[in-house]
Design a protein around this ligand. Sequence first.
Ligand SMILES: C[S@@+](CC[C@H](N)C(=O)[O-])C[C@H]1O[C@@H](n2cnc3c(N)ncnc32)[C@H](O)[C@@H]1O
Length: 230
Amino acid sequence: MADTRSAAWDTYAQTKPQRRATNAKGETTWFNWTQHPDHGPGAMLLDLREGQSALDLGCGSGGNLAHLATLGMRAVGVDLSPRQIAKAVERWPDVDMDIHQGEAVEFLEKWPTHFDAIYSVFGAAYFTDPDLMLPAVHARLKPGGVFAMSQNPAVEGCYGCQASYIPRGADEDPAIVKRWDYPADTWATMLKQHGFEEVTVTILPAPEAGKKKIGTLLIRGRRGHDWPRN
Ligand SMILES: C[S@@+](CC[C@H](N)C(=O)[O-])C[C@H]1O[C@@H](n2cnc3c(N)ncnc32)[C@H](O)[C@@H]1O
């Protein structure tokens, strides 16, 4: 199953261009939660201090992770796609980050230490059943650690497991991966049911300028200060 998914995401890697050399502010690394360039909150959402650890679930070509590494965080990423990881290595050769090829829930279950923050930007947390992902994330966070994820908002009435199509070429069927969509209040309930506190789920509107009008669903919660529970 993971092999089929990793082949699908390898296809995606081939079509997606590398991140720009600099953003609108001229920065060489930056954090972007949304599908729109230079838009939305930055890494502060993770509430991290220098030297703390962060795990990116479905880190792709590593742009957000590279930013955390340059801020002095211990930056760990996991991604199913060898091609995405090759792009991360090519794009950030001198940045000290630790990227692993693998499936996110399996990684969370096996990794030996806990993280100060775990996040996923249109990443593995979008493309994994939340009843598997949320308990695995909660168990791998330090007390008080933040989990945040972003994805497209659900289309009204299209809830639960949905199909995403990744184009392969004019003469080929697309690759298909599964994603999970819910209304914001359902996400909030699910996070609380899985033990997260201080839960917020918001839809960040798209930038006013430009033709793209779909906003970004931003989900955030914190592990309680109990220790150890899992
Ligand atoms: C749309 S891309 C986003 C990549 C990156 N987070 C970004 O913002 O550019 C989704 C990424 O999630 C990875 N992915 C999807 N499901 C995964 C899973 N179950 N475990 C690990 N990685 C996964 C894919 O390989 C892909 O690189």
